[in-house]
Write a protein that binds this ligand. Structure first.
Ligand code: IVH
Length: 695
């Protein structure tokens, strides 16, 4: 009967309604499991929807056949007036947190386990199972006769709250266990959480509807779990990972027996629960340390939030032998990472002026250690974001710093009080705090801007820093400290002023010795020989990034041709749309911008012009090239510029789609990968031949 046809066969269509309904449910459950848990759908979404509707019709015609575990019954209609308390059959314990957050924390745990098991150095390493420590809420799911009958939060570990109506809406959680050998009673424990991407989308929706933003995925998940209305909960994208058991029918009463925690997780997976891919079985302290490091490095790339890893002794017999201390098992430990979110006080809000004049409110914070660094400032993005977060100077706020991302204030610590109406105690200034020019806001836009342009020293500083940047004119040594002084002392007024700087002027400045002054002047001289693409990018035209500058240079070949182009001509360039075209026109329509360009050229900035190159005639158009190792004469960036000018895309890693790998001295894994995949490998001469169209 379990044919793989998409819809009920004519045989089935003639069968009694009960049989048809049963067949449809089995098929829909299987597809939902493939889609939500395995991430590997075997049928198009439309096919699922079609059968789902068939089932709805049949159930409408036969209401007596509707059962609570039908896929149509995930969202229950009535709104609860409160959450009922649930006493846990088996208490929900917590895990002890290893206090040492360095790698040595893992060694301390292993040493303790070995001591408690009475092992000596001669005994083999202990086998552990290692798991992410998910940053969500613990949940107990009770199944009787294979059907989900109750879902409860942890609460105080003894008594939690009944949230079955919400948990039923999570499509990753089976309403009936899959497969055979389903025990009479089983409680599955795990973490309900919200994926980063789902959280971002939810907040995007809140923002569009002008509603309050959630501070982080954990809070959004916690709020959703306690929703009284299942229809609202169903719109909150929750997910689940299984990691353990509560009550289980014992083997003597017909329940299953597991030898290891790993075997248990495999069985949970077979019953239809999601188990994290990152779970591993490892041996001994060194491998615990490796896992801690491995997950620490992957942390920001995972689709879900973690605040550490969990080590568990894999053998259930050894777990029993180790037992419990008060409310914590001796056989498990949580090994955390430094927090990426902390609470601190927002002492003031300053306004910073960026390169394009954008005014950014920046929170001044009581210093806190977060994400591995001490943070005293954090961005609030813009006035509207600040209002939606509902923060005021003096508030206790949550500050987040994850990976390379700049620190941000995510929201106010929820102290249970709502402030209605919310009256911010910060206003955007009407005049630029740096130059006093009028502050404007584009109609309908969220950003406030200083209208002073290069008259504003803040914008001038940022413009010079951008101009000197590595991907722009690449002037080494012209950094923030130096530019601040040059602008503040009036040594440079516009961009071209930097080329008039003398060693003598620089040498007198703070942190500048004769030698470094000389180096800066040499770097200035060297930067004069550049490419049109770098020059265009360096000008800091709004909406013209590195890639667009390259496209423009390639397309027009010369600055004069670009200056002569109208909006239509600009839109001929790949990836240039009306907004970018308009920015370019507006920039070059300002006489003072043309003046700056001319002054720079007069100061000696030059590049070789090329014939306009329509994409198709470029020798390497459509090719992907990977650079690895050190080439004998060409620096990496120069090789990249040449390849891109010839139409190639320069990629960072080798795959089957790579056209060529250009390898120099000390080429490593990328070269090996190229050889393995049979990708042609060239040296510098080979690359030059290719560029000249001689290959
Ligand atoms: S095992 C007896 N495994 O951490 C041990 N817990 O204090 C029971 N958590 O709030 C917990 N990821 O929700 C276990 N892979 C994991 C976990 C995990 C997150 C949470 C759990 C509880 C806390 C334990």
């Amino acid at each position: 009967m379990q044919s793989d046809l998409f819809s009920a066969s004519s045989e089935e269509a003639k069968a009694p309604a009960a049989t048809q309904i049963e067949a449809l449910r089995a098929r829909l459950n299987r597809w939902a499991h493939e889609y939500y848990v395995l991430d590997a759908p075997s049928v198009p979404d439309g096919e699922y929807d079609r059968l789902y509707q068939q089932l709805e019709h049949l159930e409408a015609a036969h209401p007596e056949l509707v059962t609570p575990d039908s896929p149509t019954q995930r969202v229950l209609g009535s709104v609860l007036s409160g959450l009922a308390p649930v006493r846990h059959a088996v208490p929900m314990l917590s895990i002890r947190t290893e206090t040492d957050i360095e790698a040595s924390g893992a060694q301390a745990f292993d040493a303790r386990i070995r001591r408690e098991l009475g092992l000596t150095d001669a005994d083999p390493p202990v086998e552990y199972i290692v798991e992410p420590k998910f940053d969500g809420l613990a949940m107990n799911l009770r199944y009787e006769g294979g059907a989900l009958v109750q879902a409860a939060t942890r609460g105080d570990g003894e008594v939690g709250e009944d949230v079955t109506h919400v948990i039923r809406t999570i499509r990753q959680i089976p309403l009936i266990l899959r497969g055979e050998d389903v025990p009479p009673v089983i409680e599955v424990r795990g973490e309900v959480y919200m994926r980063g991407r789902d959280f971002a989308r939810l907040n995007e929706r809140q923002r569009e509807n002008g509603e309050k933003l959630f501070v982080n995925p954990r809070n959004a998940a916690a709020g959703a779990v306690r929703q009284l209305d299942a229809r609202i909960a169903a719109r909150r994208p929750l997910s689940f990972f299984a990691y353990g058991l509560g009550e289980l029918t014992p083997p003597e009463a017909g329940g299953p027996a597991f030898a290891t925690h790993h075997a248990l997780l495999c069985q949970l997976q077979a019953w239809g629960f999601p188990v994290a891919h990152e779970v591993r079985v490892v041996h001994g302290a060194a491998e615990l340390v490796d896992y801690h490091k491995y997950m620490g490095a992957r942390r920001d790339k995972l689709p879900y939030g973690i605040d550490g890893v969990v080590y568990k002794v894999n053998s259930l017999a050894l777990q029993r032998q180790l037992g419990y201390v008060t409310r914590e098992p001796r056989w498990a430990v949580a090994h955390k990472y430094p927090p990426q979110e902390v609470v601190t006080t927002m002492e003031a809000i300053d306004v910073q002026v960026g390169r394009t004049g954008k005014l950014t409110p920046v929170a001044r914070l009581a210093p806190v250690f977060v994400g591995g660094a001490t943070v005293t400032n954090a961005t609030l993005h813009n006035l509207f974001e600040l209002r939606r977060k509902g923060v005021r100077v003096g508030d206790a706020v949550i500050v987040r710093r994850a990976g390379d991302v700049i620190p941000e204030v995510v929201g106010r610590v929820d102290d249970g009080t709502t402030r209605r109406p919310y009256v911010p105690n910060f206003r955007m200034p009407l005049a630029c705090p740096v130059c006093g020019s009028a502050v404007v806001r584009e109609h309908g836009g969220t950003d406030h801007r200083c209208s002073g342009g290069l008259f504003c020293s803040a914008q001038r500083k940022q413009a010079v820093l951008h101009f000197a940047g590595r991907k722009a004119m690449d002037i080494e040594g012209l950094g923030e400290k130096l530019v601040d002084q040059l602008v503040d002392l009036g040594l440079i007024h516009g961009l071209s002023g930097i080329y008039a700087l003398q060693v003598g002027q620089l040498a007198g400045l703070d942190r500048m010795a004769e030698k470094s002054a000389q180096n800066v002047c040499e770097a200035l001289e060297k930067s004069k020989h550049t490419t049109l693409a770098r020059f265009l990018y360096a000008l800091g035209i709004r909406n013209v990034g590195e890639a667009t500058a390259k496209d423009l240079a390639r397309h027009f070949g010369s600055l004069d041709a670009l200056l002569a182009a109208d909006v239509d001509a600009l839109m001929q360039v790949s990836d240039v749309g009306p907004i970018v075209a308009e920015s370019i026109r507006t920039f070059f329509a300002q006489p003072h911008n043309i003046e700056v360009v001319q002054q720079l050229q007069a100061a000696g900035v030059h590049w070789s012009e090329t014939a306009p190159a329509p994409a198709a005639r470029q020798p390497l158009a459509g090719k992907t090239v990977v650079l690895t190792g050190t080439l004998p004469t060409l620096p990496r960036d120069a090789a990249k510029d040449l390849l891109e000018a010839a139409g190639a895309k320069v990629a960072g890693s080798v795959s089957k789609k790579t056209s060529y790998v250009v390898a120099g001295a000390e080429a490593g894994s990328k070269l090996a990968k190229a050889q393995e995949l049979g990708v042609p490998v060239l040296d510098e001469d080979g690359m030059r031949a290719l560029l000249a169209g001689r290959a």
